[in-house]
Write a protein that binds this ligand. Structure first.
Ligand SMILES: Cc1cc2nc3c(=O)[nH]c(=O)nc-3n(C[C@H](O)[C@H](O)[C@H](O)COP(=O)(O)OP(=O)(O)OC[C@H]3O[C@@H](n4cnc5c(N)ncnc54)[C@H](O)[C@@H]3O)c2cc1C
Length: 600
């Protein structure tokens, strides 16, 4: 098992030097935190990950959960972990002190998710689901619901889930068919089925609390008729808990991320499944979107966390594996060199580093926007809310899509051994494949970005985003070695603005199909520019740090590595937008008008 799966030095660089995240401690809400506490939180997360998650990475893959007699059984380590997550306050961390939390900044909570995910992705999802589900109850539920469910979920004794998907309602949640019939006692009777529910049932907890979307009988069709319910596997009664007519009909077998189960659940088979309405009727999807937005950042984080583990596994291997000789060494009697000496291996390692560290930086940027939105009011709050809204589909999709490529490249660095189960990259490749699918596919994120986010409030979010980039460009010193990158990013962001207007014009003309047909490619284009922006930020900090004459060798190498990452991204990734630009600008439409019958 590779020793390193992430770089704490990199996390600290991004947190303190690039994003200067301790600045949020000036707000009263985060007033009790400081750098020492930030470091302590990161250190505790790493300790937990080293001791209780990472050692089980392979074992959880090889001994996946199983289904027997209506119950899913998970690896026994999950039980201990749920207790540790609960006792350590990881599930409730971002809640206020009054609500039993630690008022932990979102950026730190997301970073602890990154640390857990890099150590063992499957084992990291259980608490995260409980946090999301309890947040929904906390924000929109009645006091009774809060008192009944949240303490047990925070303690890790009960599992929270997000129960949206049905066979006919995956991407299209407006087609949810599960029903909720009101009763005189105040609860609703739930009837229907949900599929693919992560941690939807398992034996490491006493109860599972589903935050479930259903349609109240007689509700309008479409998204406006969907309500949110708390539906526990076991309902709370005077004596304790009793079965609630929730049946685990089965468990799906996945290609990766095998340690966490996804369940097929049937609600109300015997007409006795109690559900409790959260908030107002018909507002369920709005409420759920709050959880989904948090979850989308978490998915991006998870993708980067797995990509990080794969990067360090392949880096370690490349330093140790002797094979071949350099271009200049022709004598076969000379010893072989470590493969890290070959330019192609270096390119593959740099590719991983550039994607991992660029994506992590963007996700931290978004997390910080979430914190700033939380603590501000008025126009400032709105500014951060808009930035977060705009960037969420990008921060979810870019890392998710790219992690498939980087984990594949990690396999490639190991040659034939990369394809074997004896080494971790093949598991990382399988584990990360889920990320462009769950929490809204990449296709759906593209539609969200171009069809909704860039045009909302007459394009205000987009203008603010471009303004943020301009602020970074303005901070580039005139003698900086990065000035050429400044011009490249300036040009790229102008092109992004132009192509956005070009596509939005089609929407305004009513030619929505033409505008959105290649929305996924627009999302990719946008993603590359957003990451280039993050690399310029990192490069500027590194360049400044390198001016110091008394850097340790370790720090010197670290900052030079950052300069290299920035150079790589601008030299190898930014050129990709030219092809995308040409495609998006083209007046030639193919997919909206083609006949499906021709695909033979
Ligand atoms: C491991 C795993 C864990 C999951 N966990 C959960 C969970 O905890 N809770 C939960 O509720 N769900 C969960 N899901 C379900 C997941 O969110 C859905 O699988 C996902 O949203 C896609 O829905 P679908 O599978 O029905 O695919 P579909 O919606 O049928 O999509 C198939 C393809 O069609 C594309 N497509 C669909 N509609 C459009 C459109 N309008 N325009 C363009 N392209 C479109 C999609 O992008 C995709 O490429 C999980 C799934 C998996 C595999």
């Amino acid at each position: 098992m590779p020793k390193q799966y992430l770089s704490l030095r990199n996390i600290q660089f991004l947190l303190y030097e690039v994003h200067q995240a301790t600045s949020i401690c000036q707000y009263a809400y985060y007033g009790e935190h400081n750098k020492e506490i930030f470091d302590m939180v990161l250190g505790s997360a790493k300790q937990l990950a080293d001791k209780y998650l990472h050692p089980y990475l392979t074992e959880m893959d090889r001994k996946p959960p199983y289904y027997e007699n209506g119950q899913i059984y998970v690896h026994q380590q999950i039980k201990q972990l749920m207790k540790l997550y609960g006792d350590g306050g990881w599930i409730s961390a971002t809640s206020s002190y009054e609500e039993g939390g630690q008022q932990l900044p979102i950026i730190l909570s997301n970073l602890s998710g990154f640390i857990f995910g890099a150590a063992n992705y499957s084992a990291s999802v259980f608490p995260f689901l409980s946090t999301g589900a309890s947040n929904l109850i906390r924000n929109f539920g009645s006091q009774e619901l809060k008192d009944t469910f949240i303490p047990k979920m925070y303690a890790g004794e009960w599992q929270g889930t997000m129960a949206l998907t049905e066979p006919q309602a995956g991407s299209s949640l407006s087609d949810v068919q599960t029903t909720a019939s009101p009763t005189e006692s105040g609860h609703y009777l739930i009837k229907g089925q949900k599929i693919f529910i992560s941690a939807g049932d398992h034996d490491a907890v006493e109860n599972v609390v589903h935050l479930l979307l259903a349609r109240i009988k007689g509700a309008p069709a479409g998204v406006k008729g969907i309500s949110l319910f708390v539906v526990p596997k076991k309902r709370v009664v005077k004596e304790g808990v009793a079965p609630n007519d929730v049946i685990t009909a089965g468990m799906y077998h996945k290609m990766g991320y095998k340690g966490a189960p996804i369940a097929h659940l049937i609600f109300g088979e015997h007409e006795d499944c109690h559900g409790y309405l959260v908030g107002e009727p018909h507002k369920g999807l709005n409420y759920m979107f709050q959880m989904m937005n948090e979850a989308r950042l978490a998915v991006g984080m998870s993708a980067v966390s797995i990509a990080s583990a794969a990067y360090y596994a392949s880096l370690e291997y490349a330093k140790e594996r002797p094979q071949g000789r350099t271009f200049h060494a022709k004598n076969p009697l000379e010893p072989q060199v470590a493969i890290i000496e070959h330019p192609d291996i270096r390119r593959m390692l740099l590719f991983q580093k550039a994607i991992v560290e660029g994506s992590l930086s963007l996700l931290m940027q978004c997390s910080l926007y979430a914190d700033l939105e939380k603590v501000n009011t008025g126009e400032t709050k709105e500014r951060y809310a808009l930035l977060l809204d705009l960037l969420t589909p990008v921060a979810k999709s870019y890392p998710s899509e790219m992690a498939i490529q980087t984990t594949s490249v990690a396999i490639q660095c190991l040659g034939g051994y990369g394809y074997l189960e004896d080494f971790t990259p093949e598991q990382f490749f399988r584990d990360t494949r889920i990320h462009p699918i769950h929490e809204g596919t990449t296709g759906i994120q593209g539609l969200d970005l171009l069809g909704r986010k860039v045009i909302m409030h007459e394009g205000r979010a987009m203008s603010i985003f471009l303004e943020e980039i301009r602020l970074t460009l303005l901070s580039v010193p005139s003698l900086s070695t990065l000035r050429v990158r400044k011009h490249e990013l300036a040009e790229a962001s102008q092109h992004l603005q132009a192509i956005t207007m070009h596509l939005v014009d089609f929407i305004k003309e009513g030619n929505v199909e033409k505008a959105l047909a290649d929305a996924t490619l627009y999302l990719e284009y946008f993603g590359i520019i957003a990451i280039a922006w993050q690399w310029l930020k990192q490069g500027l900090v590194a360049e400044k740090a390198l001016e110091s004459s008394n850097l340790s060798e370790e720090d010197y190498n670290f900052y030079q590595g950052k300069m290299l990452g920035a150079q790589y991204f601008f030299e190898y990734e930014i050129p990709k937008i030219r092809g995308l630009h040409e495609r998006l600008e083209s007046s030639y439409t193919l997919t909206p008008t083609m006949k499906s019958a021709y695909l033979v």
